[in-house]
Design a binder for this molecule. Structure first.
Ligand SMILES: [Zn+2]
Length: 487
């Protein structure tokens, strides 16, 4: 992020938010300068930059326009560099205890070394402990005239009201389109770039009110344009591809961490942006396929756009994900909402497939149904949805069936989901069963409950399952349901 650092605002005039600029002009013009400022708002909106500008404005040796810092004198330069002994930046998250604040109170009494004012910038101030807040409050009640506090926080509701009432508060909000464009134009002018107004507007829209994100996109686009004009078309083409690659990487990282929430958030974002799901799934599968080839030592031919560095997934995990996602892709045309097949893979992978023992073992399926109120069979002692001690026979089942199971697993989930589109209660009954054998022609199901066997044996029910199975496998498959023999 070269541009972001290079073009960090150095004067009040250069601050991005109009509201903040005006408030600061007024606050610093007044003969009675406040002893404490509180800057609130989300990350990336320039609170720390503004705090340093205030420090410079208060200590500059040759102020221009009354309050703007010159950025040339010793005070200004050392504050910009972070070497000024009288301007102290404290991270509230790592200095949150009473000892640190007591220490601070002792030192506050001493006069500044070279500056007019001693400035304490406390970042993430909401992280301070209650005792530390008390100590800080005492200082704020009777501050020495040479001290100014600038408190910054993303979570003002966690700052005690007694502190809030003693601060001049300024809220940093998400930037408007106009404010973002103003900042981009400042950079474009200084870097002698050539950018269409519509391209800047599109970048502003892509950056969701964050200057930091917007400037980052502008920088990328300047690199892609290579001295030529940054056009709307160029941004559209490059940013959307870059964005999809980025989202694919996010989903794969979530698969590695089994982070359902994070992965589903990406899908929600894609949906809201109107990304075509088939295209995204294609890219995701291609990326995993490339990872798989790299992992087994095959060099990739050509230059694929879809590559992820150092995936932590193992070969068999990647193989499994490709299978699940391929089923999801083929399911896409039947899906009620286009995001559903991918969401189901995410939930399945992150929540239900555990290593080395998958949770949805044949036995666990029956205990899952016992939880929804179906009578337990004698062989079904303890529910095993959690990682409770694994029963001996469960281990045997895993060892015998793990290979077969993982092959049938994708089919089973796809089948249940397909049946669900016809009839929810049949899908519910199927969840209480498991595949005993499948050879491409015959699907042998097993259940612990006679009630399930009878229900699935009904002609209408069988027709639905066979129809769903035909759609998922593209084969005519006969279904047989057996009652599981007691262990
Ligand atoms: Zn100066």
């Amino acid at each position: 992020m070269v541009f972001y650092r290079k073009f960090r605002p150095q004067t009040i005039e250069e601050l991005d938010s109009k509201e903040v600029r005006e408030k600061l002009y007024n606050a610093l013009k007044s003969p009675e300068i406040s002893h404490a400022f509180l800057f609130t708002g989300p990350k990336g909106l320039g609170k720390t930059s503004a705090a340093r500008i205030v420090a410079k404005s208060l200590n500059c040796e040759k102020k221009t326009k009354g309050i703007e810092p010159c950025n040339k004198c010793n005070q200004c330069i050392s504050i910009t560099n972070g070497t000024n002994m009288d301007v102290l930046e404290i991270d509230g998250a790592s200095n949150r205890g009473i000892d640190e604040i007591r220490d601070l109170r002792e030192k506050i009494k001493l006069s500044p070394m070279s500056a007019r004012k001693k400035i304490y910038i406390i970042d993430e101030v909401h992280m301070l402990t209650a005792e530390a807040f008390n100590a800080l409050l005492k200082t704020l009640e009777e501050p020495p005239s040479h001290v100014v506090f600038i408190l910054c926080t993303t979570e003002p509701h966690k700052v005690p009201a007694t502190i809030l009432s003693r601060c001049l508060r300024m809220q940093f909000k998400k930037a408007t389109e106009e404010e973002l464009i103003r900042s981009f134009e400042r950079i474009i002018k200084k870097e002698k770039l050539n950018g269409e107004k519509n391209a800047l507007r599109l970048i502003a829209n892509l950056s969701d009110g964050s200057f930091r994100d917007g400037v980052k996109i502008l920088e990328e686009m300047a690199q892609v344009a290579r001295n030529k004009k940054i056009t709307e078309e160029l941004v559209q083409k490059n940013y959307l591809i870059a964005s999809i690659q980025y989202q694919i990487a996010q989903v794969i990282r979530s698969f590695e961490e089994k982070n359902t929430k994070k992965a589903l958030e990406v899908v929600a974002k894609l949906t809201s942006e109107g990304v075509e799901m088939g295209h995204f799934l294609q890219g995701l599968i291609e990326t995993l396929h490339n990872s798989l080839l790299l992992k087994v030592g095959v060099e990739l031919a050509g230059d694929s756009a879809f590559i992820i560095d150092n995936s932590k997934l193992e070969v068999r995990e990647i193989k499994r994900l490709i299978e699940l996602l391929s089923v999801a892709k083929s399911e896409l045309k039947y899906a009620v909402l286009p995001q559903i097949p991918l969401e189901l893979v995410i939930i399945e992978w992150c929540s239900f497939i555990r290593d080395p023992v998958p949770v949805f073992l044949p036995e666990n399926r029956s205990s899952a149904s016992s939880q929804i109120g179906v009578a337990k069979s004698p062989s079904d002692h303890a529910p095993q949805l959690t990682a409770s001690p694994v029963k001996k026979d469960t281990v045997n089942i895993v060892q015998q069936d793990i290979a077969k199971y993982s092959e049938n697993d994708a089919l089973w989930n796809a089948l249940i989901d397909k049946v669900k589109t016809y009839n929810h209660s049949i899908a519910g009954v199927l969840r209480g069963c498991n595949i005993k054998n499948y050879d491409g022609k015959l699907l042998l199901l097993e259940t612990n409950f006679k009630f399930h066997k009878d229900k699935l044996g009904e002609i209408k029910t069988k027709e639905i399952i066979e129809k769903a199975c035909q759609e998922v496998t593209r084969k005519n498959v006969k279904i047989i349901v057996e009652l599981k023999k007691p262990a």
